[in-house]
Design a protein around this ligand. Structure first.
Ligand SMILES: Cc1cc2nc3c(=O)[nH]c(=O)nc-3n(C[C@H](O)[C@H](O)[C@H](O)COP(=O)(O)OP(=O)(O)OC[C@H]3O[C@@H](n4cnc5c(N)ncnc54)[C@H](O)[C@@H]3O)c2cc1C
Length: 299
């Protein structure tokens, strides 16, 4: 297994932010992943780093990155995916077979494990709709277990995996037979829709910053609160959609957290609504960052 020391995490995050991690493991297959989890049960697990802010101060511990475990199989309408396979690759591969259900994954730059972990969704489709089972490693009991759909407690951007400290090794999905033209047309419509409403990764970002509150949209509230185009250091609220922060160059995790806190406070004072972060924050935090994060997540 490839193991790196004092490794720059920045290049493994779509925000392009993050300092050095003490030890980073790149398992090449499930066996190596389990071995590394047994050795480092408290390690941070990263897929494609597309939903995280990694501290610019780095991390004084172990990180396991799954993106090199990326095999998948399509058998009729059933799909098996290792945790590290990237969602757009899987989405493209099933579309070639005319299978419907993964069109929404085409523009989500995460891994199968990351998408299952947080029940990713878009365009009226979600992981919960197609998920049948997954194989996980329980870092507390050190056991491999199989979870079925009813075990997962799927809800908006949440599953049982975060509460239980489970790591997804692989997942299985059941899709519907359709035809190539229809599936590809839907993927293209989704991509076109996003062009207007989401920054491409040419402007490094981590997708939506805050979750939508019940029956409302974080983007709408943030826009009305007037946060568009606000800048702190190298972090800027995207001018076309207020629920995205883009790294306009040399942003630090501190810039991003302070800007998030400003956005949070503007909405709170105008609407008495406390937005909850969708992104996760990993790594060494100074006192100010800890305080900001605790207030926003109420941890
Ligand atoms: C441009 C852009 C567009 C996006 N659009 C959407 C969207 O439409 N819908 C949506 O839901 N999200 C969207 N996202 C957010 C993000 O891509 C998803 O949340 C994705 O599921 C994260 O996957 P990842 O592999 O990058 O996870 P990471 O960012 O690496 O990690 C995120 C969390 O998942 C955990 N995790 C990762 N892999 C595993 C595993 N194998 N087992 C257990 N836990 C794991 C990590 O520990 C962490 O807590 C978007 C992001 C970007 C940058």
């Amino acid at each position: 297994m490839r193991i790196e020391k004092d490794y720059e995490i920045k290049k493994h995050t779509t925000f392009q932010v993050g300092g050095k991690a003490k030890i980073v493991c790149f398992p090449q297959n499930e066996e190596e992943l389990v071995k590394s989890l047994k050795e480092y049960p408290k390690a941070l697990i990263l897929g494609n780093g597309s939903d995280i802010i990694f501290s610019s101060e780095g991390y004084d511990g172990e990180v396991i990155i799954t993106t090199e475990i990326n095999d998948f199989k399509i058998n009729g309408t059933s799909v098996y995916a290792s945790c590290g396979v990237k969602a757009p690759i899987l989405s493209r591969a099933v579309s070639e077979k005319g299978l419907s259900g993964m069109e929404f994954m085409f523009c989500i730059p995460g891994t199968a494990g990351g998408l299952v972990y947080m029940n990713a969704s878009a365009h009226n489709q979600s992981i919960a709709d197609i998920f049948t089972s997954c194989k996980i490693f329980d870092t507390e009991t050190q056991e491999i277990k199989n979870l079925k759909k009813e075990d997962m407690n799927f809800s908006y951007r949440k599953t049982i995996l975060s509460d239980k400290k489970y790591v997804v090794l692989s997942a299985e999905f059941e899709l519907k037979q359709s035809n190539q033209e229809e599936v590809k047309a839907l993927m293209e419509r989704n991509a076109e829709f996003r062009k207007q409403r989401q920054p491409s990764l040419a402007l490094p970002n981590a997708g939506s910053i805050f979750k939508n509150p019940e029956n409302d949209s974080a983007g709408r509230l943030l826009e009305k609160a007037g946060v568009k185009s606000q800048i702190i250091g190298g972090a800027k609220v995207w001018e076309n959609h207020a629920n995205f922060i883009v790294n306009i160059g040399y942003a630090t995790s501190n810039d991003i957290l302070k800007l998030m806190y400003k956005m949070y406070n503007e909405v709170k004072s105008k609407y008495t609504i406390e937005l909850k972060p969708e992104v996760k924050f990993f790594g060494i935090a100074n006192e100010e960052e800890k305080e900001i994060w605790q207030i926003m997540t109420k941890n």
